[in-house]
Every structure is written in structure tokens, then in C-alpha cells.
Ligand binder design. Structure first.
Ligand SMILES: *[C@@H]1O[C@H](CO)[C@@H](O)[C@H](O)[C@H]1NC(C)=O
Ligand SMILES: *[C@@H]1O[C@H](CO)[C@@H](O)[C@H](O)[C@H]1NC(C)=O
Ligand SMILES: CC(=O)N[C@H]1CO[C@H](CO)[C@@H](O)[C@@H]1O
Length: 493
């Protein structure tokens, strides 16, 4: 249905846009009024697309989500650095992990100007506690439930799912989780704290000005890297019998000083858990900011090969792709990529991962199905300006068009911190039309206000792209990807 009548809609759409432009010229109305109208139409059309399908609230879908979590301490990044006396540096440097204040300044500078999301492990515990103490009494700070797994769990529970959440938390933490979440894990006295340095578009630090709103995260976890809830989670998983299994939070293992062999053992255990779940159960892996090459290799082998579905942002996509193509991982990419660029990267990731699956399957059956893993049937990339999904036709994933719309609306709701979208706090930054590929002669698709989600078929999959009504009064960026990814998944199970 989604694809039907696409061409005629497209013609109609460009006719309408032309008509709107002509009207505007004719009446010499201020350009802003036209823009406002356009935004209102996109908003109402996205809301209509989102509502087209609902979550089954009678038989609530069951989702199991691991691992870990933390308490987020959110501060304005620039005020924080100023307050604790970390001055801006002339020398942006990329570090895999941090050991002192100078490195923090250099690393922050590296990501702040382009406005790219980053997350780094702080090896120096003394410095980490000093930073947390500094943030504790910074005016305007906020505490929130954090970590991929709890945030995705919260979003899914709020959207009508029953959730099994794998993580070790304090009782205070568990008390503030939404209803319909059952926790599997150990009980802790003190949760791990993550320090979130938020900044808005155009904020300045020394000679740097950030191109877009984003955050820089510092953590020094000592529980999360060990996936300490995994055994409890595995035990409860059988009886829970989920429709979907979601894995996230593994970036806490990145650059963590494990003893030799420890990380391998943990990931291998996780791999067993994933491969022993029934093939009918969808497995989604949420990527994150990984910089250690060897853990990326391990993830490919132990986790990604078992996933039916992947979610990631515009930084994580080229990072994964360069690894798949055998080059070094990329730690910083364009934070505002074009649709064509992202779609080409998505097609390649989809193709390479499925080729690997096919190769593994034909390499003789000596190791059985488990070693083969699963083909990739769903890939969701969330960017500031748009949401894009590739979903294999006739796979288990339903309602791709509505899911893309919901993901897009959730991006605004999360960043603005309000369930009701206020068009006066939103902006469309996607172009009026986009090319479906960077290849020469590729088709261009106009952005139609009254049908903003564009879906079309290619090879064995469908692609959907939806513009985001980018929030201009940022409340919070951290956790955005998790809310957006979870919202997209909810309509597809
Ligand atoms: C760790 O941080 C403390 C406090 O900022 C500092 O004095 C010390 O030099 C740091 N250690 C290393 C190894 O950089
Ligand atoms: C890849 O990384 C290695 C190790 O950091 C480095 O020696 C090599 O020059 C890099 N290669 C490329 C193509 O950047
Ligand atoms: C605005 C929004 O929906 N953000 C949510 C992201 O998920 C967490 C956890 O469920 C919520 O607390 C936020 O409100």
C-alpha cells in the first residue's frame, strides 16, 4: 500500500509545491508564513502516518533489552568546563580514552566544533570523581535514568510493550523506571554515573563554535563493562519468551582495561545467548560510539552476525562500513550528511553483511546453524535531518512507513523534551528534494509536505526516508538515538 500510487503522488506533490510557491509570489506574503505552513503540513502528515498503525495494547508485545545502565548527570558542557577551570585548547586531538584534564580539553575540542556525538572512557578515577563533584553543584544540572538499555526499555514500555530489562541497578534507580518493566540483574548500592556535557548549536568555547547541538559523554564505569546482569537475564529470558530481543550498551566495554581474555569470554557468552534464542525472535543491536578496532571486530563476529536489525547514527554508520571494507575505523564523519550519502552507505552495509551471512552459510554445515548467524533484514539510521530505513521485503518487520514517521516525530519530542510538538520550535533542514544515490543519473525525490515519508523498492528491500522536524530549543540530546530507535521498532514487531 505504501508504495502504491507513488508516481502520481509525486507529480501531484511537485504541482502542489509549485502552486504554493506561485501563491506566495502572487500575494507577496512573507516567506516565513509559507515556511510555517509547510512545517505544519509536514507535522500533521507525519502524525497521520504514525497513527496509521498502533501498538497492540491488548496483547502487549514483549521485548527483552540488555545491558546495564547508569545515572546520567547532565550539564551544559561549556559552563561546566569553565567552572572547573578546564580552559579551551588550541589543539584538538582524538583520544581513544582519557587520562587527564588536558586530554579531556583536547578531545572535547575535537568533537565540539563539528558537533559530533562522542563518548569516552576516563581511566583516571580521581579525575572522574572530581569532575562529577564539579558537576553536582553546577546550577542547571539534571539527573536522569541513562544508558541505552534503560532508555530503550522506558520508551518501549511507554509505547505499550512489556519489557524485561537486563541490568544491575540500585533500588532508587529501579523505583523510577516506568511500569511494565521487569529488571533482571544484581542489586547495587551505587549506580555508575555518566557525565553528559550537552551543548547547543552555535554555542562557543574559546575559538570554537559548535555546528549543531550534541553531547560529549564521560564515564568511568566499573560494572557495566562486565555485563554483570547477563546470567540473570539469560535465566529469565526463557520464561519471558520475548517477541524481540534488543542488545545495547556494549560501548561500555570499549577501551576498558580488561584482563586478557575477559572481554572475549563475555562476548562469547553473549553470542551463545543470542544464537540459542529461537530464530523467530527478532534481534536488534543498537550501535554506539566505538573507537577500539578490536572490539568492533569482536562485535562483528559475536553480535552483529546474530542480529536481524541494526540501529545507528550518522557517525556510527561510516565507522561500521569502513571496518567492513577492511580499512581503519573512522571516528569523526560529517555530522550533517546528505540523504544520498547515507543511503549509499546503508546499501553497502546491508550488502556486505548479507554477503558475509551467505558466505558463512555455504561454507559447509559443520558448525551448524549457530555459527552462521542471521541475515540482516532491517537497518535504521537516525540523523539530525532525517530518518532512513532499509527493510527486507517479506521479512518479519511490519509497517516500515509508519515506523519511519514515528522515529522522526520521536526525535523532535525527545530533543525538545515534550510529547506535543510545537512547530514554532522546529525547523526542516532536509533539502526540498533528495537524490536516492550519489551515483550519476540517480532519481531525485521531492519532499512532499503532505506525504513526507518517501518509500520505494530496490532489490529485495524497501527504503523509507522521513524528514525530521529538528528541534530548535534543545532540552536534551543524550538518549535521543535510543528513544528514536525504540520508537521505530515498536511499530515493526
Ligand atoms: C589523574 O587526575 C589527577 C587529578 O586531576 C591528576 O592529579 C593526576 O595527574 C592524573 N593522573 C594521570 C595518570 O594523568
Ligand atoms: C590504520 O591504523 C594503523 C594503526 O593505528 C596505522 O598504523 C595505519 O597507518 C592506519 N592506516 C590507515 C590507512 O589510515
Ligand atoms: C521526550 C522523550 O520521549 N524522551 C524520553 C526518552 O526515553 C526516556 C526513558 O524512557 C524518557 O524518560 C524520556 O522522556
Amino acid at each position: 500500500m505504501e508504495g502504491g500510487g507513488r508516481v502520481s503522488w509525486m507529480k501531484y506533490g511537485s504541482f502542489v509545491s509549485l502552486f504554493v510557491v506561485l501563491l506566495a509570489v502572487w500575494f507577496r506574503s512573507p516567506q516565513n508564513a509559507v515556511l510555517d505552513d509547510r512545517l505544519d503540513t509536514v507535522l500533521s502528515s507525519l502524525l497521520r502516518a504514525e497513527k496509521k498503525v498502533g501498538v497492540n495494547n491488548v496483547a502487549r508485545p514483549k521485548v527483552a533489552i540488555g545491558f546495564g545502565g547508569c545515572v546520567d548527570l547532565l550539564v551544559d558542557g561549556v559552563s561546566f568546563l569553565n567552572k572547573i577551570g578546564i580552559s579551551h585548547t588550541e589543539n584538538p586531538v582524538h583520544y581513544d580514552y582519557l587520562e587527564n584534564a588536558e586530554q579531556l580539553a583536547q578531545s572535547f575540542a575535537y568533537f565540539f566544533a563539528p558537533g559530533a556525538a562522542a563518548e569516552r572512557f576516563m581511566l583516571n578515577e580521581t579525575l572522574f570523581s572530581e569532575l562529577v563533584d564539579g558537576a553536582r553543584d553546577l546550577p542547571g544540572n539534571r539527573w536522569a535514568v541513562g544508558g541505552n538499555a534503560p532508555v530503550m526499555a522506558g520508551r518501549m514500555a511507554n509505547e505499550g510493550c512489556d519489557v524485561l530489562l537486563g541490568g544491575s541497578y540500585s533500588t532508587d534507580f529501579i523505583d523510577v523506571l516506568p511500569e511494565h518493566i521487569t529488571v533482571a540483574g544484581e542489586v547495587l548500592d551505587e549506580p555508575d554515573i555518566h557525565l553528559i556535557l550537552e551543548y547547543s548549536a552555535g554555542s562557543s568555547w574559546g575559538r570554537y563554535t559548535s555546528r549543531r547541538a550534541n553531547r560529549y559523554i564521560i564515564h568511568s564505569d566499573d560494572r557495566n563493562p562486565y555485563l554483570s546482569s547477563m546470567e540473570e537475564f539469560a535465566k529469565k529470558l526463557k520464561d519471558f519468551n520475548p517477541d524481540l530481543l534488543v542488545v545495547g550498551g556494549l560501548q561500555m566495554m570499549d577501551n576498558f582495561p580488561f584482563q586478557s581474555g575477559e572481554r572475549d569470554a563475555l562476548l562469547s557468552r553473549l553470542s551463545d545467548l543470542l544464537s540459542s534464542s529461537s530464530p523467530q525472535i527478532g534481534i536488534h543491536f543498537e550501535m554506539a560510539s566505538f573507537v577500539e578496532e578490536s572490539i568492533m571486530e569482536d562485535l562483528l563476529h559475536y553480535v552483529i552476525s546474530h542480529a536481524d536489525s541494526l540501529g545507528m547514527n550518522e557517525q556510527e554508520l561510516p565507522n561500521l562500513l569502513s571496518l567492513l571494507k577492511g580499512s581503519n575505523i573512522t571516528v569523526l564523519s560529517d555530522p550533517n550528511p546528505r540523504v544520498a550519502t547515507v543511503l549509499d552507505q546503508m546499501r553497502e552495509v546491508y550488502r556486505i553483511l548479507n554477503q558475509r551471512y551467505t558466505d558463512a552459510s555455504t561454507e559447509g554445515d559443520t558448525e551448524g546453524t549457530k555459527a552462521r548467524g542471521k541475515p540482516l533484514t532491517r537497518l535504521h539510521v537516525h540523523t539530525l535531518a532525517f530518518q532512513a530505513m532499509i527493510v527486507t521485503r517479506d521479512s518479519k518487520w511490519k509497517n516500515t512507513m509508519s515506523a519511519t514517521a514515528k522515529a522522526s516525530l520521536t526525535a523532535n519530542r525527545h530533543v525538545c523534551g515534550s510529547n506535543d510538538i510545537d512547530p514554532s520550535k522546529a525547523r526542516l533542514i532536509m533539502d526540498d528534494s533528495f537524490s536516492v544515490s550519489q551515483r550519476e543519473g540517480s532519481q531525485r525525490i521531492p519532499l512532499q509536505e503532505n506525504r513526507p515519508v518517501s518509500c520505494w523498492d530496490e532489490d529485495d528491500y524497501e527504503i523509507c526516508v522521513a524528514p525530521v522536524l529538528v528541534c530548535t530549543e534543545v532540552y536534551q540530546t543524550a538518549g535521543g538515538g535510543d528513544n528514536v530507535s525504540a520508537a521505530g521498532l515498536v511499530l515493526q514487531i
